[in-house]
Structures are given as C-alpha cells and as structure tokens.
Design a protein around this ligand. Structure first.
Ligand code: AMP
Length: 303
C-alpha cells in the first residue's frame, strides 16, 4: 500500500497572536506526508529551489518518505506568508511566491505510477490533474484545494472534481466554491459535481463527511491551547488518507469514520506548535491516547 502525494513544499513565514516564525518548513505536501507516514508508505511529488535547507529533507527521509519525485530546480523555493488573528480558523495570506512552482512540470518516477492511492494536496489544480494523468490505476483519488485556486481556477477545479473519489476542503472554501451559504447545501452541491465523498473541515468545530445518503459529524480534539493552525488541514488529510490506504482504500462508512478520527488526532498535534515542531515528537502511543479521548467524547452514554 502506498500513497503518491503532490503538493507544495514550502518555506512559511507565519504570525499568530502567540508568536511568529520566518522561513519555517511547511507546504501542503510536507504536512500531509509527515502525518500519513504514520500509517502508510508515502511517495512525494513536488519541487524545491536550490535554497531549500538539506536538514528539512533529512527530516522527511527519517520517516521513510520517498523523495525520488521531488525535483530540485534552479530558483527559489515556494514561499507563503500569512497571519492569524484571535479567530484562528481563518488564515490571512500576506504573500504567495510560487517561485519554482511557476515552471514545475511533474514527472513521476516509474515506481510511483503503480500507486494504489493518490492525494492531490493543495496546489494549482492544473498540476494536480497532470499528476493524476501519470498514475496507472489508483483505487483511491482524493484532493484538497484553497481559496486562491477557487477564485483563479474554478473550471480546472470542477474538472478535477469529476475524477476524484474524495474532496477535502474547509468550510470557507466549500461556501466559496459552491456559492451556497448553507454548508449542507454546499457539501451536497459539490458532491453532485463528481466526488463520492466530500469532507468539510470546520477547524475547532470538527469535520463533516458527506456521503450519498448521510452526513456524519466528528468533533475536533478538545485542545485547551492552539498555537498555530498552519498545516492543520494537510495534517488532517494525511491521517485520514493514510489510514484509508492502510485499510486497503476501503470506503465503507465505518472505515471512513475511523479515518476522520485519525485525521483529527494528527491535526491536533500540528496546531500545538509552529511548523512541524510538535509533530516531530509524536510517537504511535500518543496517537492512540488521543484517539481514545476522541472516541469517548463523541459517544453518548445513552440514546
Ligand atoms: P493548511 O493545512 O490549510 O493550513 O495549509 C497550510 C500550508 O499551505 C502552508 O504550509 C503553506 O505553505 C501552504 N500553502 C499556502 N498557500 C498555498 C498555495 N497557494 N498553494 C499551495 N500551498 C499553499
């Protein structure tokens, strides 16, 4: 079982009410891969510039993340800078510098083309589609996106929706993409464009999973302090998709619900510190402990 992921590998500059970091390791593919590596074999597709610090690559290699699909190009690494106010659910972008992503042409190594699962992490949807074209017969295809691509490449995103099993996006993005104020209407409409399942992330309010017949809700892990939410969505997707892949890409409701819980637990670590600082110290028993808490809090004692 293995997951091919394409997405950004970034140097992030982030400010929250609790502190700030400049040029820290980030990017949708990085958070996803690190998180998913607790469950499955990960093969990363992306690009960095010659300025990308080698210790960052070592940190991914230590989790056995395959980097054969990571190109090193002339130019600077993708950079994102943003800030959060006290409402940590909303990231405000200050600057996005695509840099080496502007000329990036993904070319999957042979060993990647037979992957049974593909995750198209947040990146230009045209690049997401190009990666998808190179994978032979994946059993599970999932994708993420963000406001920038919804406003600049909506048609490419709708084309992508026709080809995927699961779309993961946050509440603001679901409203923006669908043009619907009601999240229930938004989830249903987006689902009608193609994906079998739509996962709507609601930050501290948990997630909604739209399937053909049902809407399932899972809570967020009850953290007392959130330090920096950057990467929470990608880390969630890593736990969610990594677990589904480990279970043979099964998409029955019970497996999907378990996967939502694993994604939620992984995201709860990321937000406790900047960048990947907290994730680096996570061990499997920490995941189990938080999973037990989450199960307890979402099970009524009587019906
Ligand atoms: P999230 O999980 O939604 O908080 O995603 C945070 C990550 O998304 C950061 O590490 C950024 O580097 C990355 N990011 C921000 N803007 C973009 C973009 N336009 N394309 C790809 N990745 C981005």
């Amino acid at each position: 079982m293995s997951v091919v992921v394409v997405g950004s590998v970034a140097l992030d500059s982030v400010k929250t009410p609790f502190g700030e970091r400049a040029n820290a390791l980030g990017g949708s593919a990085v958070y996803f891969s690190y998180s998913a590596s607790f469950f499955s074999d990960i093969k990363l597709v992306g690009v960095v510039g010659r300025d990308f610090p080698t210790p960052h690559l070592d940190l991914l290699r230590r989790r056995k993340i395959n980097l054969d699909g990571l190109q090193v190009a002339d130019g600077e690494t993708f950079r994102w800078s943003g800030f959060y106010e006290y409402d940590l659910n909303e990231a405000k972008t200050l600057d996005t510098r695509l840099n080496v992503f502007e000329k990036f042409s993904p070319n999957l190594p042979d060993a990647y083309r037979n992957a049974d699962c593909v995750f198209l992490a947040n990146i230009d949807p045209d690049l997401q589609i190009r990666v998808l074209r190179q994978v032979r017969r994946p059993k599970l295809i999932a994708a993420d996106t963000m406001n920038l691509w919804i406003s600049t490449k909506k048609e490419s995103l709708k084309a992508l929706c026709r080809e995927i099993d699961i779309l993961v996006l946050n509440d603001g993005e679901a409203r923006q993409l669908s043009g619907k104020a009601s999240l229930i209407q938004a989830g249903r409409l987006i689902q009608s464009w193609g994906p079998k399942f739509v996962v709507v992330k609601k930050g501290e309010h948990g997630v909604l999973l739209f399937s053909k017949k049902n809407v399932f809700a899972a809570p967020a892990y009850p953290l007392e302090e959130v330090f920096d939410p950057t990467g929470a969505g990608d880390t969630f997707a890593g736990g969610f998709i990594g677990y589904l892949n480990k279970k043979g890409n099964r998409l029955d409701e019970n497996t999907l619900h378990q996967a939502l819980f694993y994604g939620t637990v992984m995201a709860s670590f990321t937000v406790e510190k900047f960048s990947l600082e907290r994730l680096l110290t996570v061990r499997p028993p920490d995941i189990k402990r938080r999973l037990t808490v989450l199960h307890r809090m979402s099970r009524p004692s009587t019906l």
